[in-house]
Design a protein around this ligand. Structure first.
Ligand code: ZN
Ligand code: ZN
Length: 663
């Protein structure tokens, strides 16, 4: 679950700040705003005294007052000035109406909008550009795009501002395909193409994720020589990234003659989203070298990359940078830093950052609660949730509830889980799946089934997989088999399900069935995902695949591992079993010691000082065999071993794992 991505929404959907460009929003500090508005209100009180003294004919003065209220986010004040003006019998001019229309739109007053429409016709302002655009906007926003479009079609003159308004309205109604059609109409009719309309069209292509439209819009930008406008080029860059064309985006980025902090942040973000974390980090460094100073958005964009590479010192380095550059009180940066530490396996550091925060929002709490669940500290997560509930300023949202349910699952706290589930106003499928997972892990299979029937969620793969996890943990073969059949029935073409089944068989040593399934998987044209583990040593990341013999120190790694497994088997008093199928091609005997995490572990033991903690990352879930062995290894070598798999962090120490064998 990526809570942080929620903070990014398309800019045109964000609440608007009148007369404030996005560049100015970035730089405007909250406190400066407060200062401005207090001064403004003092001035305003004085101004009101003189309202009655404004000469009726001085429309300029009235307009100015309305404008000042609007710019200070006080549409109600603007409307009251307008009423005052009307009461005194002053006459509005072509500049008055658009402003009053904007104020009534912000106040959501369509009725007043319609009255103003009548007034515009009466006063003969209906063919004024600004009046028409303001009317299109108020109808479009408050009465639906069709009403706005109708007015647009009827309007005697259409300028590019009105065209752009129609595009924006379609985007607001989440109809990017219609928006892009309007853009093509504009091009066809030779309407003036300016940077604003291009930026809007690029936004539409991004939402559509359409490479073809994206390229056409880019061609139009080139034709009208708008590419060199930094706002346009940034939006084209974002468009290529949103269309998942990183190569196009990178090519264009490299060509851009001017790049600002937004361009760099955009491309870094793109690589993070694509999972190319090392490239994101490289670009962040290059940005610094090119003399562009990262801002809080760039820092919070690159932090997720640090959490996902093994080299967690990158994260510390960037945290240090944010401290040195006075971003330590920036909420977005603090949330991203907490998340980065929690996901880098340094949950104590995450807690330190969290505790030092002067202000916390719902994301801060959610990130920390989830962090605890990732590290098998479910009880602490539930405690933190209770602490959050006492804070009147924050209200739990669906993600916070999912995080606390994760904690209940990790700590097997069934009653608490049920309590929190009942608090959720509109539970979604993730919440249901988490509840099923909790009940199944607690071995309450009948209750889990009853829960699924009660909520009609038996035919959801996510829910079935949650139930299956429980069956796997508690060795419930019969139920497991039924669930598998249901799952394969639901998603007959998803090879991952067959991989799960083959892991199940290999857990039970049924190698003939594993082989058969493997043929099925191959014949479906998909190969099971290959397993890899990473470990960092001396600033270099060492990657191991299953049965990998490509490492220069392979011989020593295998000898060490064989020796270790002898000790493990002696300690366990039985040979370790339960090794899963990860597409290993070598002989089966190699499997026991050939899993990538075991190779990385052996390498870590050889290379590091006795007593040092070993940190490994794996791309697939750990199998039971490796998990059991690693527990014993931690006891034999007296070291803490931390293995991160896609589900959680396993902290192995003294023969136990923090996940309590539930993962
Ligand atoms: Zn394994
Ligand atoms: Zn574990």
């Amino acid at each position: 679950m990526d809570v942080l991505s929620l903070t990014r929404m398309p800019s045109f959907l964000k609440p608007e700040i009148p007369n404030c460009t996005s560049q100015c929003k970035r730089s405007l500090g909250h406190s400066s705003h407060v200062r401005v508005s207090t001064r403004f209100h003092r001035q305003l009180a004085l101004t009101h005294k003189v309202l009655d003294e404004i000469p009726l004919s001085d429309t300029f003065a009235w307009n100015n007052l309305i404008h000042t209220h609007l710019s200070n986010r006080d549409p109600g004040g603007a409307l009251s000035i307008y009423h005052h003006m009307m009461m005194r019998g002053a006459c509005p001019d072509r500049r008055t109406l658009p402003r009053v229309l904007t104020a009534s739109r912000i106040c959501g007053d369509l009725f007043l909008g319609k009255q103003l429409h009548g007034q515009a016709i009466k006063l003969g302002f209906f063919d004024e550009h600004y009046v028409i655009t303001a009317l299109i906007e108020i109808y479009g926003r408050l009465d639906g795009i069709e009403a706005g479009k109708w007015l647009f079609d009827k309007s005697p003159r259409r300028n590019s501002v009105a065209w752009t308004m129609i595009l924006k309205l379609y985007l607001m109604e989440n109809k990017p395909d219609l928006a892009i059609n309007v853009f093509y109409q504009m091009v066809e009719l030779n309407a003036r193409i300016d940077s604003v309309v291009l930026i809007t069209a690029a936004g539409a292509c991004g939402l559509l994720k359409s490479v073809e439209h994206g390229r056409r819009v880019h061609d139009v930008a080139r034709k009208f020589r708008l590419e060199s406008d930094i706002l346009v080029s940034n939006s084209l860059l974002k468009m290529h990234i949103d269309c998942q064309r990183m190569e196009d985006a990178r090519g264009f980025f490299n060509q851009m003659t001017t790049k600002d902090v937004i361009s760099w942040t955009e491309i870094i973000c793109g690589y993070v989203k694509k999972g190319e974390f090392n490239e994101a980090l490289k670009l962040f460094r290059k940005m610094n070298m090119d003399g562009i100073k990262p801002d809080s958005l760039s820092v919070s964009s690159v932090l997720p990359a640090c959490a996902r590479t093994v080299a967690h010192k990158n994260g510390k380095e960037i945290h240090g940078y944010s401290l040195r550059n006075g971003m330590d009180n920036n909420l977005i940066v603090q949330n991203a830093t907490t998340d980065m530490y929690a996901k880098s396996g340094l949950v104590d550091y995450a807690l330190k950052v969290f505790e030092r925060m002067k202000k916390r929002d719902v994301i801060s709490w959610t990130v920390m609660i989830l962090g605890f669940s990732l590290h098998g500290k479910g009880e602490l997560g539930v405690e933190l949730f209770c602490r959050m509930e006492k804070d009147q300023r924050v209200e739990a949202d669906q993600f916070t509830y999912a995080a606390v349910l994760h904690c209940c699952t990790a700590a097997c706290m069934v009653e608490e889980g049920k309590f929190y589930f009942n608090c959720i106003k509109e539970p979604n499928i993730t919440h249901y799946a988490l509840m099923v997972s909790l009940l199944a892990r607690a071995c309450l299979f009948d209750e889990a089934r009853a829960f699924m029937e009660e909520h009609h969620i038996e035919r959801h793969a996510e829910v079935l997989r949650a139930l299956l996890d429980g069956c796997w943990m508690h060795h419930r073969r019969n139920i497991g088999k039924q669930v598998f059949e249901q799952l394969c029935d639901l998603e007959p073409l998803d090879a991952e399900n067959y991989v799960l089944l083959s892991n199940w068989y290999s857990d039970n040593g049924k190698w003939d069935l594993v082989d058969k399934l493997r043929e099925t998987i191959m014949s479906m044209g998909s190969k099971p995902k290959k397993a890899y583990s990473w470990i960092e040593f001396q600033n270099k990341v060492h990657v191991f695949g299953t049965g990998d013999i490509s490492h220069p120190r392979s011989e020593r790694i295998y000898t060490e591992l064989q020796c270790l497994m002898k000790k493990v088997n002696a300690e366990a008093q039985r040979p370790a079993s339960g090794f899963s199928f990860h597409g290993v091609d070598a002989e089966r005997e190699c499997i026991q010691i050939g899993h990538s995490e075991m190779l990385a572990l052996s390498f870590g033991l050889i290379c590091t000082q006795p007593g040092a903690t070993i940190r490994i990352t794996k791309n697939l879930r750990m199998c039971r065999g490796c998990h059991d062995s690693t527990k014993l290894v931690s006891k034999i070598v007296e070291r803490e071993i931390i293995i991160k798999d896609p589900n959680c962090f396993h902290h192995f120490k003294d023969g136990f794992c923090s996940c309590r064998d539930f993962w």
